[in-house]
Write a protein that binds this ligand. Structure first.
Ligand SMILES: [Fe+2]
Ligand SMILES: [Fe+2]
Length: 425
């Protein structure tokens, strides 16, 4: 999972020395990611050393290596799909950069490091958020699916750490190490959504449906990057990501089919994670998104198609544009889910982009799920939220509902059984 969010504040450092920064600090050269925490122990100097530290991370978060089954944690590139020539921005038409030293300016290298770091941070964070769920999987298939997702997120984290370790010298090694030191349970992962607890499986299915799908968009936008190793990393990651989204939509479909979870409750959990996913696209009018585009580091969603069709570029509203595409896609996916509802049931919906936002222009006011400004006093607003977001009563009721057959069975394929992924979890 991933992210823009570079303009929101983030903390860098370790437990003894933690400071709050924003991407603006990085962009203006006031700080340089990687030089912030002087008290960190030995940095890994080789990839093998980093892997040894990664195993320490697995032990700390309680992810048993047996759960990986036959899954191969490895570094994968699709160089063909990455392209040879810079596709947009000020350096359009020149050869893509294959080494960090070819990147024209230090500020651009810093932006790349920040972007790769934030991406990698979300990958490890999601494992920290989800790992405890394996013990309470509703079916064998779901245990397999969740363990596979966590295996793939670890591979994505590897991939980002590998880029940092291989291409960005001391600064990169420091960031690669810090990917293993922040923790979602301590709330010090870089982006808010990845510090949010995911107490149960209803959250998990909404998360994979909506937050992993944000990931797909972020990866897609990096897949045309001028930094070739980053672009080449995205193809294999996107392929894996599609299983995560599929797990979300399939899970929600099976929940509807089982008919145990009340639909209004399901809607509240969907609303919670949709709003979080909307936030992940970052602030409106983002200057960091603008710079990333100008520098050729991160493109628009479907950049190649847009160039081909000559679709006009608005650099001022890149985050809004990406969020709009995402919103349309989830609206479509939820419409498909409605096809499985029992006759006469109120349709499920996707809340408006203004609803329950934590960052951006709409985070300050009160907006309804339709996107209009809420009319009413504080008490009425609280009542409105209780109708549209999960409540303490919902959490209580779920404990009982989870004892029933609340999700339809899904048989495992022979190949999935043979993989051994999650089998011992
Ligand atoms: Fe991922
Ligand atoms: Fe994912």
């Amino acid at each position: 999972m991933y992210v823009e969010g570079l303009e929101s504040e983030f903390q860098i450092g370790c437990s003894e020395n933690k400071r709050t920064y924003s991407y603006e600090h990085v962009r203006r050269g006031l700080i340089r990611v990687g030089y912030l925490c002087g008290c960190m122990g030995e940095l890994p100097t080789t990839w093998e050393e980093w892997i040894a530290n990664f195993e320490g991370w697995q032990d700390r978060v309680g992810f048993n290596r047996d759960w990986l089954g036959d899954f191969d944690l490895s570094i994968l590139f699709d160089w063909d799909r990455a392209g040879d020539v810079i596709e947009y921005g000020d350096y359009e038409g020149r050869a893509k950069w294959e080494r960090a030293l070819q990147v024209p300016q230090q500020s651009m290298r810093d932006a790349l490091i920040t972007m790769i770091t934030v991406q990698g941070d979300t990958e490890f964070a999601s494992v920290e958020q989800q790992r405890h769920l394996l013990a309470s999987a509703p079916t064998d298939y779901d245990r397999y699916a969740a363990a596979r997702i966590m295996a793939e997120e670890q591979r994505h984290g590897w991939q980002m750490a590998y880029l940092l370790m291989t291409y960005f010298g001391q600064q990169g090694r420091r960031e690669a190490q810090k990917l293993l030191e922040r923790n979602a349970q301590d709330g010090d992962r870089l982006l808010g959504a990845f510090n949010r607890p995911m107490p149960h499986w209803l959250d998990f299915f909404c998360y994979t449906m909506f937050v992993d799908r944000d990931g797909k968009f972020q990866l897609g936008m990096l897949s045309t990057s001028a930094f070739k190793p980053l672009a080449a990393s995205m193809g294999p990651m996107l392929k894996e990501e599609s299983f995560h989204l599929g797990t979300g939509s399939n899970g929600l479909r099976r929940i509807i089919k089982a008919g145990v979870i009340p639909l209004d409750m399901l809607q509240r959990y969907m609303n919670k994670w949709v709003a979080t996913a909307h936030d992940l696209f970052g602030v409106d009018g983002s200057t960091s998104a603008n710079w990333a585009y100008v520098w050729g580091i991160k493109g628009r969603w479907d950049e190649r198609k847009k160039i081909e069709k000559g679709i006009e570029l608005n650099k001022e509203t890149l985050n809004e544009e990406a969020r709009g595409h995402y919103h349309d896609e989830i609206a479509d996916a939820v419409m498909k889910l409605c096809g499985y509802l029992p006759e006469g049931a109120a349709p499920l919906y996707v809340p408006h982009e203004n609803f329950n936002r934590d960052i951006g222009a709409f985070s300050k006011g009160r907006y309804t799920v339709e996107g209009t400004e809420f009319q009413g006093d504080d008490a009425q607003w609280d009542a409105y939220l209780a109708e549209h977001l999960p409540t303490a009563e919902d959490e209580e009721a779920l404990k009982e509902l989870f004892k029933q057959e609340w999700i339809a069975e899904k048989p495992m394929s022979q190949k999935q059984i043979a993989s051994g992924i999650g089998a011992t979890a």
